[in-house]
Design a protein around this ligand. Structure first.
Ligand SMILES: Nc1ncnc2c1ncn2[C@@H]1O[C@H](COP(=O)(O)OP(=O)(O)O)[C@@H](O)[C@H]1O
Ligand SMILES: [Mg+2]
Length: 590
């Protein structure tokens, strides 16, 4: 039984170390771009070490001169040595300021670089995989974990080298002056080694807990602040304050656990340091007393023994740093190793677009099957088609799969069976993330960004003129209310369309989609907040427009169905074309 447990623990450890190794390699990918900064840091640290060793040599001389006035020590020598010491101290201060400045600058640059790289990678991660994570969690991973990596990349290796260098050079100085002191350098080592081994496992767990807690907090804050209206409306203010307090309590408990561990660690290390310095003190007194060394050498040794124990502690502290780093790397790898979207058809799609923009592009979905990852099958043998100058409707009660079909058309998700292609003339391209550039999309809900109306419009078409913006607003029946605003198209939209009614924000979203002049337009319940007359008018405007647009609208309201070219209803996971009688029936029974 015991053997089995041991074997099992061994296996787990192998797994963990292997995992850490993989994470280290991942960090190395970033580290190797910053070798220049690392060398810079290392050199600075080494210069600092040399200066401080120089200072201990000088202080030895100073003590020796003072204690040796009878044997040739002169006031002039004292003044000179003092001056050198002051010079070295000023040098240290100046170097430390310069290095602070340089290190801040480098850290910020590396941090920005790594973050923008990870940002870009997260944005091209498969959408469905990404939706498994709370945005609060994503924010923490992208923010704190990426910062941890950038700091670690810059500091870890240089620090390791500097500490080793400092240890070796201080040690060498000890050996050169009096080899018998060398033993004190290693006195603390067994404890340090023992400590780093036991710390390893606890640190890994602690770091994971801490990261999970951070994600939970961030998610809570983010959801609370973006839903203040709901919290007020349901009178949940007290409940949410209580929830925050509960989370804070959990956080504090976790931090205190962590704190306890670090208190014990530092108590132990301090005790070891004290024992070592008392021992070297004692040994030093003995050596001076027996005439083996002079006073100056003894003072120098006392300083050096402090440096040696301190450096060993520093080396030990690299263990938790390494664990923190690899934990952060692991959390970023979770995200970055999810499937990436495939944009390899970008060029092909661009050529296809240029060849067929003028006559328009058709969409055909054929025999599609799609299940969400949780097993919900939404489509099986589903087919539909839409052509330029057509408005095609997809109807059905809520939850039937209208939005899912739009997501499939946008290649946010891929069907498990069947085919979906865009065609123009005899050419065709398969739907893929690359084909998204052919679509304009108006999703459910409010998706305007904060900024002015014109800025929102130019987000999708930077070179749009005011006239083009106004034309798009007119087509979306939004111009009548925008025109009446004191600042017209330069009026400000607040976060998530704030400052406008839902129907107005919907019309602004439609205008934005129209302005982009994409060959295909997808409206997902995009007219749900409009009155029936305006809804019909918007769709009629789109149909009348001479631009060869293929338009698919989803709706649960049948009020516009009789102006659509074709109407599909989702039934038994298929898309079924409705005939006129069925459409009339739907309109009557609505
Ligand atoms: N991210 C998701 N993961 C799992 N199931 C989902 C997801 N999104 C939607 N569904 C399920 O797919 C079905 C269709 O949803 P949806 O396409 O949003 O419906 P509609 O837009 O027609 O109201 C629903 O039964 C819903 O439960
Ligand atoms: Mg929907």
């Amino acid at each position: 039984m015991k053997e089995k447990i041991k074997f099992f623990i061994g296996r787990i450890k192998a797994g963990r170390l292997q995992e850490m190794w993989r994470q280290t390699l991942w960090i190395y990918q970033y580290a190797r771009h910053h070798w220049f900064a690392m060398i810079f840091y290392t050199l600075l640290g080494m210069v600092g070490t040399l200066i401080s060793l120089g200072t201990s040599l000088i202080s030895r001389d100073l003590v020796n001169i003072i204690t040796n006035f009878d044997n040739g020590g002169t006031p002039k020598a004292v003044v000179n040595t003092f001056c050198v010491m002051i010079g070295l101290n000023i040098g240290t201060a100046v170097i430390s300021q310069i290095s602070d400045f340089a290190s801040n600058y480098l850290s910020m640059r590396v941090d920005a670089e790594i973050k923008s790289d990870i940002f870009g990678k997260i944005l091209v991660t498969d959408w469905e995989s990404l939706t498994g994570y709370h945005t609060g969690d994503l924010l923490v991973r992208w923010g704190s974990d990426a910062s941890a990596i950038s700091n670690g990349v810059l500091n870890f290796i240089p620090n390791a080298i500097i500490y080793v260098f400092r240890f070796v050079s201080a040690f060498a100085m000890v050996v050169v002056n009096d080899a018998s002191f060398a033993i004190f350098a290693f006195l603390g080592m067994p404890v340090s080694l023992l400590l780093s081994k036991t710390l390893l496992n606890r640190m890994v767990n602690n770091n994971k807990r801490s990261a999970a807690m951070g994600a939970k907090m961030s998610g809570f804050n983010q959801e609370t602040f973006s839903n203040i209206q709901v919290i007020k409306a349901f009178d949940l203010i007290r409940l949410y304050i209580e929830r925050l307090k509960q989370l804070q309590k959990e956080y504090i408990t976790m931090r205190m656990d962590f704190q306890k561990m670090s208190i014990w660690t530092s108590l132990l290390l301090t005790t070891v340091g004290l024992v070592v310095s008392y021992a070297s003190y004692g040994w030093g007194i003995y050596r001076v007393w027996s005439g083996a060394i002079d006073y100056g050498t003894m003072t120098m040794f006392l300083g050096l023994s402090g440096t040696l124990t301190g450096t060993l502690n520093n080396l030990t502290s690299l263990v938790p740093t390494a664990i923190g780093l690899t934990t952060s790397a692991g959390r970023l790898m979770d995200i970055l190793e999810m499937p990436r979207e495939d944009y390899s058809a970008d060029d092909e799609v661009q050529q296809f677009l240029e060849a067929h923009r003028s006559e328009g592009i058709s969409l055909a979905v054929d025999d599609l099957r799609y299940s969400y990852r949780n097993g919900t099958e939404v489509f099986h043998h589903a087919s539909l088609e839409a052509h330029p100058h057509e408005v095609v409707a997809l109807v059905g009660p809520s939850g039937e799969g209208k939005t899912t079909m739009i997501r499939l058309i946008l290649s946010l998700m891929q069907g498990q069976e069947g085919e979906a292609v865009l065609s123009g003339g005899a050419d065709s391209v398969k739907l893929s993330p690359s084909t998204r550039k052919l679509f304009s999309y108006v999703p459910q809900g409010n998706t305007m960004f904060s900024g002015t109306i014109a800025e929102n419009m130019r987000n999708v078409l930077p070179e749009a003129t005011d006239e083009e913006i106004i034309d798009a607003l007119k087509m979306a029946c939004a111009w009548d209310f925008v025109e009446r605003l004191p600042e017209g198209i330069n009026s400000t939209i607040m976060e998530r369309g704030g400052g406008f009614s839902e129907g107005q924000a919907q019309r602004l979203s439609i205008a934005r989609a129209l302005l982009r002049r994409s060959p295909l337009l997808l409206l997902d319940e995009a007219t749900s907040a409009l009155d029936v007359a305006t809804e019909r008018q918007v769709l009629k405007n789109i149909m009348k427009d001479e631009y060869p647009r293929t338009c698919i609208v989803t709706t649960h309201r049948p009020s516009v169905l009789n102006i659509c070219k074709r109407v599909y209803a989702i039934r038994d996971k298929r898309c079924v074309v409705l005939d006129e009688a069925e459409i009339d029936d739907m309109i009557r029974n609505f």
